[in-house]
Design a protein around this ligand. Structure first.
Ligand SMILES: Nc1ncnc2c1ncn2[C@@H]1O[C@H](COP(=O)(O)OP(=O)(O)OP(=O)(O)O)[C@@H](O)[C@H]1O
Ligand SMILES: [Mg+2]
Length: 254
């Protein structure tokens, strides 16, 4: 099956804070087609991990392999939805969503009909020609999410994609995301603070359990696919959820 992502002894500190590493000799891997969530306290380094995978930051030591290769330029190999949605305020919704396709050289005329159809499927009908600051937080996240998907990369990094959604919309988006994932065979890495969300969606959960992190604790989710809402009541599920919440609680120091 192969590995979509491999970290080998990766260390990283931001230039402005060289004495406080975020990652210290971190190794882990994600198989092609896997759905893996990343959880941990605020400031633990989850978004930083994604910035390293996407190539926005460069590790100080160690190797990062995407699809078995160490790439200098990972543009086009990794679809990244950042925690701040990153929409460009001067572009309309449809132009924001279509951006990865335009960057690949397609014309607006070619891609607009398809992108508009997708926007509709995302509950964004009739806002195609609005600008990001005219949208709600949840709408912005959906546009940003669509943009990450349209990049066409096999590896998707989603940084708290549903954090601004209400509970009901979130559940709908979960089902939708799992369908998309099953259909596309893509690999997904998903950051969330919502433990139930992490367990419900994932094959595995990686926990940032120390700072700087050197070992990502791994939790396997013992549920079959496809996942059903009823799974949330499964005793194995609730037990795991309690344990993970407790683990996280121990890590949070205010
Ligand atoms: N551009 C930056 N320059 C310097 N330090 C940074 C930068 N971005 C993040 N940091 C620091 O790196 C550490 C990890 O930040 P990161 O954003 O990865 O955390 P996180 O786990 O995503 O947190 P949250 O759950 O709040 O999003 C924090 O101490 C943060 O202050
Ligand atoms: Mg973050």
């Amino acid at each position: 099956m192969g590995e979509a992502l491999v970290f080998q002894q990766v260390s990283f500190a931001y230039d402005s804070n060289v004495h406080q590493a975020v990652l210290q000799d971190v190794s882990f891997s994600v198989k092609k087609g896997e759905f893996v969530s990343v959880v941990g306290p605020s400031g633990a380094g989850k978004s930083t991990l994604f910035r390293l995978v996407s190539g926005l930051e460069k590790q100080n030591s160690g190797r990062i392999l995407v699809n078995g290769k160490e790439l200098a330029d990972r543009q086009g190999h990794v679809g990244y939805m950042s925690q701040k949605d990153g929409l460009l305020p001067w572009l309309s919704v449809v132009d924001n969503a279509a951006l990865p396709l335009i960057l690949k050289g397609f014309s607006k005329k070619e891609v607009w009909p398809e992108v508009i159809k997708k926007l509709e499927a995302f509950g964004l009908k009739d806002v195609e020609h609005r600008y990001p600051d005219e949208l709600s937080g949840g709408m912005r996240q959906r546009v940003s999410f669509l943009r990450a998907l349209l990049g066409g990369s096999d590896l998707l990094l989603l940084d708290e994609p549903f954090s601004a959604l209400d509970a009901v919309t979130k559940t709908v988006m979960h089902e939708w995301l799992l369908d998309q994932w099953a259909e596309s065979g893509r690999t997904i890495l998903f950051i969330t603070h919502d433990v139930e969300e992490a367990l419900f969606l994932s094959d595995r959960v990686l926990l940032f359990s120390e700072k700087p992190v050197s070992h990502l604790e791994e939790i396997l989710v013992p549920l079959d696919r496809p996942r059903m809402v009823e799974d949330l009541k499964d005793p194995a599920f609730t037990e795991l959820k309690e344990k993970l919440l407790l683990d996280l609680r121990k890590l949070v120091t205010l």
